[in-house]
Ligand binder design. Structure first.
Ligand code: PLP
Ligand code: TYF
Length: 388
C-alpha cells in the first residue's frame, strides 16, 4: 500500500533548529524558528506557569477524561482577555491542541457548512496556513498583503480582495504580530476591513497566536475587538503557546461568534463533533496551567508582568537593529517577533555558511532570537553579504 507514497519535504522552519544546533561556532546567531528567547538566550518557563504546575501537582486528584470540548472554564477565562467585553451567548469556544488545532477545526467547520468555500489569504503568511486550509478541502484565493521589497502593507490589495468576495467566502486575518512580516493592520485599516467584511457578508477568521508579544495584551487585541464589536459571524483561532510559553503543551482555543445564541449552540455541537473525529479530546495539562494562572489574581499579575517584559525586550532588539543600520528602520514600525528582510536566497545561504547567522529561507527573522548586544554583529554580517 504505502509504496505509492512520495517522500515529503521536512518543515523548513523546524529544520533550522537542527542546523543551528549542529553549528559549532560560538558566535552563531539563531533567528530561525519562532520561539521567544530571554536575555540569556533561553526560552523560559514563565514563573507563573512554574507556580501553576506546582499547584496542579499538589491539588490534582485525577487525570480522567474531560471531553471533546476540553475545559470550559479555561475557555471562559480567556474570553475577556481576547474580546474585552464578553459579547454574551452568541460567543462560544472550545479548547484545541494549540492554535494549529484551532485553525484546522475552524477550517473543517467552514468546510462542513460550505464545502470548498473560498478563503482569501494574504501573502506572505505562516507556511502552515495554506496546507491546513487545503487539507480541510477549502479553496485558497491569495492576495498580496505585504510588499517585502517596500516593507509596506498592501491594504489596497486586501480591500480589493474583500470587494471581490461575498457571502460564503472567508478571509483569514492575523490578529497581531503578523507572521512572517510584523506588518499589522492599524486602527484605520481594521476599520476599513471591518466595514468591508460587514458590507460584503464575508466570514472573518482571525488567527491570534501572539497576543501580548507586540504592544501589549489589550493593544494586540484591539483589531479583533473592533472587528467583532458589530459582527454577525466570525471565528478566532487562539494560541496560548507563545504568550504563556507553553509551546510543546499545545494550548489553544477556537472561538466562534454566531448570529444568534441558538446558532451558537449548533456551532458548538459541530465543533465538538469535529474535534471528536480529529483528536477526540484536547490535552489537558497546558490548559490547566493557563486556567490556574487566570483563576489567581496573583499569578495573573505575575504572568502579565513577565509578558510585558517579553514584549519590551523584543521592541528593544528592534530598536537596537534600527540604530545599528538605518536601512533597518522599518523594524521599529513592525510588531511582534517577526520581520521579513528583503534579502535573496544566496545571501541567506552565505549568512548561514560564512557568518553562522540562521534565518528562514524566506528572509524572515525572529527578532527574539537576538540580544540587544548582538545588533552590531548581525548588521555587520548583513553588510558583509552585501545585503540590499
Ligand atoms: N498561527 C501562527 C501565525 C503561528 O505563527 C503559529 C505558530 O506556531 C500558530 C498559528 C500555531 O500555534 P500553536 O503552536 O499554538 O499551534
Ligand atoms: O513560524 C514559526 O516559526 C512558529 C513555530 O510547523 C512553528 O509558528 C513553525 C513551524 C511549524 C510549527 C510551528
Amino acid at each position: 500500500m504505502f509504496e505509492s507514497l512520495a517522500d515529503q519535504p521536512p518543515d523548513a522552519l523546524l529544520a533550522l533548529i537542527g542546523l543551528h544546533r549542529a553549528d559549532p561556532r560560538p558566535t552563531k546567531l539563531d533567528l530561525g524558528v519562532g520561539v521567544y528567547r530571554d536575555e540569556t538566550g533561553v526560552t523560559p518557563i514563565m514563573a507563573a506557569v512554574r507556580e501553576a504546575e506546582r499547584i496542579l501537582l499538589d491539588t490534582r486528584t485525577t487525570k480522567s477524561y474531560l471531553g471533546p470540548e476540553g475545559d470550559p472554564v479555561f475557555v471562559d477565562l480567556l474570553k475577556p482577555i481576547v474580546f474585552g467585553v464578553d459579547p454574551g451567548p452568541r460567543l462560544l469556544g472550545v479548547q484545541t491542541p494549540g492554535g494549529t488545532g484551532a485553525l484546522r477545526l475552524g477550517a473543517e467547520l467552514i468546510a462542513a457548512a460550505r464545502p470548498g468555500a473560498r478563503v482569501l489569504i494574504g501573502t506572505p503568511t505562516w507556511p502552515n496556513h495554506a496546507p491546513i486550509f487545503t487539507a480541510a478541502g477549502l479553496t485558497l484565493v491569495p492576495h498580496r498583503f505585504f510588499d517585502v521589497a517596500g516593507q509596506r502593507l498592501d491594504i489596497d490589495a486586501l480591500a480589493a480582495a474583500l470587494e471581490s468576495a461575498g457571502p460564503g467566502d472567508v478571509v483569514l486575518l492575523h490578529g497581531c504580530c503578523h507572521n512572517p512580516t510584523g506588518g499589522d493592520l492599524d486602527r484605520a485599516a481594521w476599520a476599513r476591513v471591518a466595514a468591508l467584511v460587514r458590507a460584503r457578508g464575508i466570514l472573518p477568521f482571525v488567527d491570534l497566536a501572539y497576543q501580548g508579544l507586540g504592544e501589549g495584551l489589550d493593544e494586540d487585541a484591539a483589531g479583533v475587538r473592533a472587528l467583532f464589536a458589530d459582527l454577525g459571524e466570525g471565528l478566532v483561532a487562539y494560541s496560548c503557546d507563545k504568550n504563556f510559553g507553553l509551546y510543546r503543551d499545545r494550548v489553544g482555543a477556537l472561538f466562534g461568534l454566531a448570529a444568534t445564541p441558538a446558532a451558537a449552540e449548533v456551532m458548538r455541537s459541530n465543533m465538538i463533533a469535529l474535534a471528536r473525529v480529529n483528536w477526540s479530546m484536547p490535552p489537558d495539562h497546558g490548559a490547566a496551567i493557563v486556567r490556574t494562572v487566570l483563576e489567581s489574581a496573583t499569578l495573573t499579575s505575575l504572568w502579565r508582568d513577565e509578558l510585558l517584559r517579553m514584549g519590551t525586550r523584543v521592541r528593544a532588539v528592534r530598536a537596537a537593529l534600527a540604530a545599528a543600520d538605518p536601512r533597518l528602520a522599518f523594524l521599529t514600525t513592525q510588531h511582534g517577533m517577526f520581520s521579513t528582510l528583503p534579502i535573496d536566497p544566496a545571501r541567506i545561504a552565505a549568512l548561514r555558511a560564512d557568518h553562522g547567522v540562521y534565518m528562514a529561507g524566506s528572509g524572515r527573522i525572529n527578532v527574539a532570537g537576538l540580544q540587544v548586544g548582538d545588533a552590531p554583529a548581525f548588521v555587520a554580517a548583513l553588510a558583509a553579504v552585501g545585503w540590499s
